[in-house]
Design a protein around this ligand. Structure first.
Ligand SMILES: Nc1ncnc2c1ncn2[C@@H]1O[C@H](COP(=O)(O)OP(=O)(O)OP(=O)(O)O)[C@@H](O)[C@H]1O
Length: 372
């Protein structure tokens, strides 16, 4: 017997109730083979149902016996409990069903933050992640148009709201809750309430990642979000001009102050890909945000070129990553998504993000200014 042979045999064991096998699911955590072809396999599953375990053991024994194992021992273990980050004594998580929170920020408006949030979310969903997309840009909620759900009203269940499904993603936006063209004058307290409700009163499923499109700049919305949930990673979107880079420094500085691990910088409108000859031309500069990313100990995740298809995709609700996966832009968004996923996994492995240090220090209703 060899490990490959064992894994080959195990790839015929379908996880009960699903169509995928236990190897593809990544449930096989260990294989030991001794000189007498006796095999021990360790399987890690969350299910505690005894019938699932019994069925698995039976199927594993059958397949390994067929492959020539002399004796089979199956150990079924439960995944290690994630480090208490969500409901830790001092930290706060009002949406514990979400594994990772990804904050997409920019120092200023119009740099392509929403475009990035949409395309990263779609790239992650295309890689099999269960993704939610929260448009927390309450001042200018553009996500419904970009996701092609402009005229879709969400379903209300009791006093909660179901997210709208689009491109396999759960989406919620202030734009979906208000009449078209309507605007609100947001005061600090209202922003805080809105952000909290987006997390608590929307029926998000058990998501792998909730991508959050923030309002531009650094303010109440960012602080409230970071105090309400442990944000796993932050991504700053910038354009390459110096004036824009100054603003992106502020955004990166905010991540640091809010104890948000920084996944990196996306440099948007970085060069222009000419539809005629497919060549890349420099317009605003290219790669200028790399040194800025390095100043903050992080990396440039991707340079996204100006491509007419990106704007058309945004205006018509047909995101480029989904509708033109062969385009250069889509490929770069996919690469950036890979890097962000790997980064979030690393943060989780190392104990997860923790927002304990940024919780308000004053009791509810008491202004920090009134305290000595
Ligand atoms: N790489 C690109 N190529 C072509 N057009 C782009 C690109 N990135 C963004 N755009 C277009 O630029 C406009 C602004 O982008 P977007 O709305 O994503 O910016 P934003 O930073 O979220 O803005 P706001 O701060 O106003 O919410 C949109 O029309 C979008 O389609």
């Amino acid at each position: 017997m060899t490990e490959d042979k064992v894994l080959e045999a195990l790839s015929h064991v379908i996880y009960p109730g699903f169509t995928k096998d236990i190897v593809s699911f990544g449930f096989v955590k260990g294989v030991e083979i001794d000189d007498n072809d006796r095999v021990k396999v360790t399987i890690e599953i969350t299910s505690s149902a005894d019938e699932v375990k019994m069925q698995l053991i039976k199927d594993i024994e059958t397949e390994l016996a067929k492959a020539g194992a002399e004796d089979v021992q199956v150990e079924i273990i439960a995944p290690k409990k994630p480090v208490e980050r969500s409901n830790s004594m001092t930290g706060k998580n009002i949406a514990p069903q979400v594994k990772d929170f990804l904050m997409i920020s920019s120092g200023k408006g119009g740099v392509g933050k929403s475009t990035t949030a949409v395309n990263l979310a779609i790239a992650m969903a295309m890689q099999g992640k269960k993704v939610g997309l929260l448009d927390a840009d309450i001042y200018g909620p553009n996500i419904p148009r970009m996701m092609g759900i402009e005229n879709v009203k969400p379903e209300v269940v009791g006093n909660k709201v179901k997210p709208i499904e689009a491109y396999g993603i759960e989406v919620m936006s202030m734009g979906s809750l208000m009449e078209p063209g309507q605007s609100l004058i947001w005061r600090g307290a209202m922003i805080m309430k809105a952000i909290e409700q987006f997390l608590r009163d929307i029926l998000w499923s058990d998501l792998d990642v909730l991508v959050i499109d923030m309002p531009p700049g650094t303010g109440d919305a960012q602080l409230t979000l970071a105090q309400s949930v442990p944000v796993t990673a932050g991504v700053t979107v910038t354009t390459p001009q110096e004036v824009s880079l100054d603003d992106s420094r502020r955004s990166l500085d905010m991540f640091q102050k809010l104890h948000i691990p920084i996944a990196g910088v996306i440099e948007n409108m970085s060069g222009f890909i000419c539809p005629g000859d497919g060549k890349e031309y420099d317009i605003f500069g290219m790669g200028t945000s790399k040194p800025v990313a390095e100043e903050y100990g992080t990396e440039l995740l991707a340079r996204i070129p100006i491509e007419p298809q990106v704007r058309i995709g945004g205006d018509t609700g047909k995101p480029v990553t989904y509708h033109h996966p062969e385009s250069e832009t889509a490929k770069r968004f996919q690469e950036a998504a890979n890097k962000v996923i790997a980064f979030m996994e690393k943060v989780d492995e190392e104990g997860g993000a923790d927002n304990a240090a940024i919780q308000p220090t004053t009791p509810p209703g008491v202004s920090a200014c009134s305290m000595k």
